[in-house]
Structure formats: C-alpha cells, structure tokens
Design a protein around this ligand. Structure first.
Ligand code: DX5
Ligand code: ZN
Length: 218
C-alpha cells in the first residue's frame, strides 16, 4: 500500500480555509484535530467548522478526538460525514463499546497512543481496530518537535500485526516532516499526519509528495 498523507488543518489559515483546502488536493485525508481544553490544554474547533470543511472538500475527513467523553461526539461527526475517527485510550472506560459505536456508522475506528502510553494497553482490542494512531508529540499543539521513540513503537506495532496476521493501519502524528518521513515509512507507518511542515511550505503539493516518498517530477 502506498503511504497515505493526512493534512492536518490545525496550521491552516482559517480566515481563508477554502483557498487552503484547494491547495491540499494531493493529500489523501484531511485530518481534523478536535480539542476540548480538558484532555489537552488547548481548544481547536467544533462541529460548525467540521461541517464547513465537509462542504469545501470531497476528501475523506479523519477526526482525531483529543477530548474527554469522546462517545458523545461520534454520532454528530458521523452525521456531518467524517470517514475516520480516533480517540485516546485514556479518555474512555469502554473502548470496545466505542469502537463498535464508530464502526456501526461505517466509519474507520482508531485508538491514539500518547508518547507515554504503551502498546500493550491495546492487546485485547487490536483485532477490532482499523488503525492505531501513534502520537509522536504530546497532543494539543502543532509545530512541536518529533519524539524519536515513536519510531520504535511503529516498528513494534508492525511486528505485532505481522505475527498476529492483523490488518490495522498505523498512523503517526506530530512533528512529521521531510527529514523523518523516510524513517517513518521504513518503520511501516501507513499514514503520515502533517500540519506545520505542509502549511509552512510554499508548495503544499510538493511537501505532500516529499512526505509520501515520491519523486517530484513536476
Ligand atoms: C497535535 C495534533 C496534530 C498536529 C500536528 O496534537 O494531533 O495533528 O496538528 O502538527 P505538526 O505536524 O505541526 O506537528
Ligand atoms: Zn492529530
């Protein structure tokens, strides 16, 4: 499978979101970071903006819930039309139930692991997951430095899925850039999330192509 690139709009210029989204056509997914000021020390955006983005692009929306009580968000996000939803392991008592709630809408379900959260917290739920989101920064902000231990975590997840013949995808989020993307692809990350590397560049398409490891022939 080709590496997928998820462009996180957290670093976009929200005053001209339509223009920003029109420059992300090479991205495979649009990553939406929902923050509630409780689970993470920051607020981002909610349903009105997600609806607005849904109307501005046909690309699949990948919602990353950095919120407490994530189960209260799922039905609303499904109604808006997101295609992927991940939540953090620490925010729920009943992750199996929440995975089923997400999947019942036909949405891909993932669990996010903070840098300090070990993989073995997912042992019993891995067969039910469509993807695991490996955080390579502490969640809450874009433009933080990549935490290198994420690479070992991705390799270990890949080893587990091969050994157990599982088919979950591995997504990595935080500090992803042109310097670490090759190592992340080699570690077998399937989806690379990026905000500041893409939006801080002049040519978004070129940055996306670089992250994907394709040669830029334009
Ligand atoms: C961080 C978010 C990320 C963030 C990534 O809490 O989950 O998706 O937007 O930003 P960069 O790519 O700048 O680290
Ligand atoms: Zn994110």
């Amino acid at each position: 499978m080709n590496t997928l690139i998820a462009a996180s709009v957290l670093s976009a210029d929200f005053s001209r979101l339509g223009a920003e989204l029109s420059r992300l056509k090479s991205a495979d997914l649009i990553h939406l970071d929902l923050m509630d000021g409780h689970f993470v020390p920051n607020l981002s955006f909610g349903y009105p903006l997600v609806s607005c983005i849904r109307g501005l692009t046909e690309q699949p929306l990948d919602a990353h819930l950095m919120v407490t009580n994530p189960e209260t968000y799922v039905d609303n996000l499904a109604a808006i039309g997101v295609s992927w939803i991940s939540f953090h392991q620490e925010t729920v008592y009943h992750s199996h139930r929440l995975i089923q709630q997400i999947k019942a809408h036909g949405i891909k379900a993932g669990i996010a692991l903070n840098p300090a959260t070990p993989i073995n917290t997912l042992d019993s739920i891995l067969p039910d997951l469509d993807y695991v989101l490996v955080m390579s920064v502490n969640p809450g902000y874009s433009a933080q430095a990549f935490i290198p231990s994420a690479i070992a975590k991705i390799k270990e997840l890949d080893r587990i899925r091969k050994n157990q013949s599982l088919d979950f995808l591995i997504e990595v989020d935080g500090g992803v850039n042109g310097d670490n993307s090759t190592a992340l692809r080699e570690a077998k990350a399937d989806i690379l999330v990026s905000a500041s590397y893409i939006f801080g560049s002049k040519d978004y398409d070129k940055s996306i192509i670089t992250l994907r490891g394709e040669i830029n022939v334009r």
